[in-house]
Design a protein around this ligand. Structure first.
Ligand code: KPL
Length: 320
């Protein structure tokens, strides 16, 4: 490990995004710890196929954390910080939006007061529930459009490059060396002063593409067909109205241009929600269109187009 590389970076959530960020940090000489469901470091090797087709294997068991609580031999110990959780300085949370609070509530009391949290998931909402529990810790939010596919549990293939944005949300700011480490390790990443407008733009993309591709069983590119235009336009105009209640001013034409650009750039993709529906997994609909509908209910703004998509996805989730 690069002796200048910051220590104490852990990732909670070993799905596609968590593994991708772990590989990108490791390639930059930073050895993150990838935590499993039981908050223990995952010790098995993880394979990665880069965009250039290069294959590598990495262990994310924190063995780069010499001198900290994260030592291979210390995982099963019985001391107060036997598993090294208290030595985490940056916890990158890459679980799905609906898992954030369940995953973090038991862990928060064990994290140091100096530990900074970074949430990286599709959709919006979990940060609002988390902020009252931070207890003086800092919170950064992020979004990524990098594409990655899990070929198996421990084998990831990067399928597309894309923009990754981070920005401060609450409490103390992220330490400059941690920020610099993230930005240098993740290709196409940037720090933005106002993260919420950036997250709303990503929400607009996901609110159109994800449910429509899942309901109609199509790849992203097929949404360029005129048949979907009226729904996309109605979803966006409701989103622009409800965003105003949060002090977020968006322009519908710009959002629409962005949605169609993503449809074109990711034409061959099966959206994450389509994959969830195909594999009969719970989807992120409640943090995407469902978040918009809940704001609409709170502020008495009619959201029929988004509500219809939420209902259709819930019906698909109910299939046995
Ligand atoms: O973020 C995505 C997703 O599938 O969740 C898009 C941008 C729609 C790419 O598929």
């Amino acid at each position: 490990m690069n002796s200048e590389a910051p220590k104490g970076i852990a990732i909670l959530g070993a799905g596609a995004v968590g593994q991708l960020i772990a590989h990108q940090l490791a390639h930059a000489g930073i050895r993150p710890t990838l935590l499993g469901r039981d908050y223990q470091p995952l010790t098995e090797p993880f394979g990665f196929i880069s965009l250039a087709g290069e294959e590598t294997q990495q262990c994310f068991d924190g063995s780069g954390f010499q001198g900290s609580g994260f030592q291979s031999s210390g995982f099963q110990g019985s001391g107060p910080d036997a598993d090294g959780v208290a030595s985490i300085r940056l916890l990158i949370v890459t679980v799905k939006a609906y898992q954030v609070m369940d995953a973090l509530l038991p862990l928060l009391p064990r994290l140091s007061r100096d530990c900074h949290l970074l949430l990286l998931h599709n959709g919006l909402g979990p940060h609002e529930a988390l902020i009252p529990h931070l207890d003086g810790r800092g919170l950064t939010l992020g979004t990524t459009s990098q594409g990655a596919l899990r070929l198996s549990k421990h084998q990831l293939k990067q399928t597309g490059s894309g923009l990754t944005q981070f920005g401060h949300c609450a409490g103390p700011a992220m330490a400059p060396e941690l920020k610099a480490a993230l930005l240098s390790a993740i290709p196409g990443s940037e720090w933005v002063e106002a993260i919420l407008p950036a997250l709303w733009q990503k929400l607009a993309v996901n609110a159109c593409i994800n449910p429509l591709t899942a309901i109609h069983g199509v790849c992203n590119g097929e949404l360029a067909d005129n048949a979907y235009q009226a729904t996309i336009s109605a979803v966006l105009s409701e989103l622009v109205e409800v965003a105003k209640t949060q002090g977020i001013e968006l322009q519908e034409e710009r959002l629409s241009a962005r949605v169609y650009e993503v449809i074109r750039l990711t034409a061959a993709n099966r959206s994450s929600m389509r994959q969830d529906v195909d594999h009969r997994r719970k989807t992120e609909i409640d943090a995407i269109n469902g978040y918009l509908v809940s704001l609409g209910n709170r502020y008495r703004i009619a959201m029929p187009a988004n509500k219809a998509l939420v209902d259709a996805i819930h019906a698909l989730e109910q299939r046995v």
